[in-house]
Design a protein around this ligand. Structure first.
Ligand code: EPU
Length: 433
C-alpha cells in the first residue's frame, strides 16, 4: 500500500487528536491486573492497539471495541507463556508484571519495534529481579517466575526509562509491601496509567525527584478511564500548519503535555493560541533557526524531533537537533535530503553540552540549513518506521509536486485514518492499495 501526495499548499481547518498510542497500549496491559471488566474511552483504532489486543487475547482477555470505546475483560489468565506473537511492537514485556502477579510466571518474546537504537530491556528485567522474580533470558524469549508472588523493593533505574518505569509500576502494585522506584520517568502516558491504577484500587504516590512509592494491595477492581490525547499527533499537526504556512486548530491538544514544544514554537517565530478544547497553530512571518535537545518529560520529547526537522528546513539559518534518548534516530535525514533538504548528521555533541552518547560513535546530532525548497518531483520514499513515516507525509505535504510514500501500513500502526484527516485540512493525499 502507498500514498500519493501532492504538496506545497497551506493546510487549514480543524483536526481532532486521536487517543495516544503509547498512552493506550500501556493501559491495555494494566487491565490484565484485574479479573473485572475495564473500559477505555477515546481508544485509538490503530495497528498498535490491535497488536496489543492480540497479546491480551492470548493471555485470556475478551475485547470489544466500538465507536472509540474498548472493553477488556480478563477473568482468568489462560496463558502466561505467550511466545507466539507477531513481535511488531515492544509492549509484551510490560505484561510480565501482571502475569507474574496473577499466574506466578511469565514468558514473552524477545521484542520487535522500530530500529532506532539497540533498545535493551535490562532495566525491566532488573526491576523484576529486584521484586523477587527469577529471570531467564532465552534465545527467543524472556522467562520469569515468582511462585510465591512478588515482594516490594527499591528499584533504582539507571535512566528514567518510560517502559521500565511502567514495568516497575505494573509489577509493584500487586507485590507484597512497599515498592520504591527511583529515577522514574513521569511522561503523561505514565501519569495517566497511575491515575487509572489508583482508580482500580492501587496505592501509588508520586514523590519529589522522580520517586514513585507504591503500597502493594492484594486485588484490583475494574475501571472506566479515558485515554489521553496523542501529543505526538499534536506536534505533527502543529508542524504541518507552521511549515505549510497554514492555520490548524488541533482539538484535544493539551498545554500541560506540550509546554516545552510551545516554547519552541514561540522561539521559532511561529504562533499558537490556546483556547477552550485545543490549540491553534499559525505562522505569522519568517521563521528563525533554533537549537533543540531531546530529553525525558518534561523535556522536548524524542518522538517530536522528526516533524520538527521538516519544519526546521523552512527556517532562516542553521538549526540543530541534539538527540539524547535514542542512539540512531536520524535515518530519515536521507529522505529529507532526497526532497532537497540540507541536513547533516554527526556524532559530536555540541561543545559544552555533552550527553550520555558523547564519544560513543552514535550519529545523534543533526544540523539543518534553511530555508530549503522541498520538491517531490515524483520521487518515492520508503517508510522506515512509524515516526519517520509520518515525517515522510509531512515533508511530502511541504514539498512542491508529487511524492510517493511506500509501506504505509507502518504509519497505520500509530496514526488513525491519517490520510482522511489530512484531506479534511485540504491535503492532496491518496491511498493506493
Ligand atoms: N533503556 C535501556 N534499558 C532498558 C530500557 C531502556 O538501556 O531496559 C534505554 C533505551 O535504550 C533508551 C532509553 O533508555 O536509550 C529510553 O528508553 P525508554 O525505555 O524510555 O523507551 P521505551 O519505553 O522503549 C517509549 C515509547 C517511545 C519513546 C520513548 C521515549 C512506548 C511504547 N514507546 O519507549 O515511543 O520514544 O518511550 O519517550 O511507549 C514511538 O512511539 O515511536 C516510540 C518509539
Amino acid at each position: 500500500m502507498h500514498f500519493v501526495v501532492r504538496g506545497g499548499k497551506p493546510l487549514r481547518g480543524e483536526v481532532k487528536l486521536a487517543g495516544s498510542k503509547n498512552g493506550a497500549t500501556n493501559l491495555m496491559v494494566a487491565t490484565l491486573l484485574t479479573d473485572e471488566p475495564c473500559t477505555l474511552h477515546n481508544f485509538p483504532a490503530i495497528g498498535d492497539t490491535a497488536i496489543t489486543g492480540e497479546l491480551c487475547e492470548k493471555i485470556g482477555s475478551t475485547i470489544q471495541v466500538r465507536d472509540g470505546v474498548a472493553t477488556l475483560h480478563t477473568p482468568t489468565i489462560k496463558q502466561s507463556r505467550v511466545t507466539e506473537l507477531s513481535r511488531r511492537n515492544r509492549i509484551p514485556i510490560l505484561a510480565m508484571g501482571p502475569l507474574l502477579a496473577r499466574a506466578g510466571e511469565a514468558e514473552v518474546p524477545i521484542l520487535g519495534g522500530d530500529k532506532i537504537g539497540p533498545r535493551p530491556v535490562d532495566f525491566h528485567l532488573d526491576a523484576l529481579r529486584a521484586l523477587g522474580a527469577e529471570v531467564e533470558i532465552n534465545k527467543e524469549s524472556y522467562f520469569a517466575r515468582a511462585p510465591q508472588g512478588l515482594t516490594g523493593a527499591v528499584i533504582d533505574l539507571p535512566f528514567p526509562s518510560v517502559g521500565a518505569t511502567e514495568t516497575s509500576i505494573l509489577a509493584g502494585v500487586l507485590a507484597k509491601g512497599e515498592t520504591v522506584i527511583l529515577n522514574a520517568a513521569l511522561e503523561p502516558e505514565i501519569i495517566s496509567m497511575v491515575k487509572m491504577l489508583q482508580n482500580m484500587g492501587a496505592i501509588i504516590e508520586l514523590g519529589a525527584n522522580r520517586d514513585i512509592y507504591i503500597e502493594g494491595v492484594s486485588k484490583l477492581r475494574g475501571v472506566v478511564h479515558e485515554v489521553i490525547s496523542d501529543r505526538n499527533e499534536a506536534v505533527s499537526f502543529a508542524c504541518l500548519a507552521i511549515a505549510t504556512g497554514g492555520e490548524i486548530f488541533v482539538r484535544g491538544a493539551m498545554q500541560d503535555h506540550l509546554i516545552t514544544f510551545l516554547n519552541v514554537v514561540r522561539r521559532l517565530g511561529a504562533e499558537y493560541k490556546i483556547i477552550s478544547g485545543g490549540i491553534t497553530f499559525t505562522r505569522p512571518g519568517l521563521l528563525k533557526a533554533i537549537s533543540v535537545k531531546t530529553g525525558t518529560y518534561p523535556g522536548f520529547m524524542t518522538d517530536w524531533q522528526q516533524p520538527l526537522a521538516v519544519l526546521l528546513t523552512q527556517t532562516n539559518g542553521t538549526s540543530r537537533i541534539h538527540e539524547t534518548i535514542w542512539e540512531d534516530r536520524f535515518a530519515y535525514a536521507e529522505d529529507l535530503r532526497a526532497l532537497g533538504a540540507n541536513i547533516q548528521v554527526s556524532m559530536e555533541c555540541p561543545s559544552g553540552k555533552e550527553c550520555r552518547f558523547a564519544g560513543k560513535g552514535f550519529k545523534h546530532v543533526a544540523e539543518i540549513q534553511g530555508p530549503a525548497e522541498l520538491k517531490g518531483d515524483g520521487k518515492a520514499l520508503r517508510v522506515r518506521d512509524l515516526r519517520s513515516g509520518m515525517i515522510n507525509i509531512i515533508a511530502a505535504l511541504v514539498s512542491k509536486g508529487e511524492t510517493k510514500i511506500e509501506g504505509v501500513e507502518e504509519i497505520d500502526r500509530g496514526y488513525e485514518r491519517i490520510d482522511e484527516r489530512l484531506r479534511a485540512l485540504g491535503a492532496d493525499i491518496t491511498r493506493v492499495s
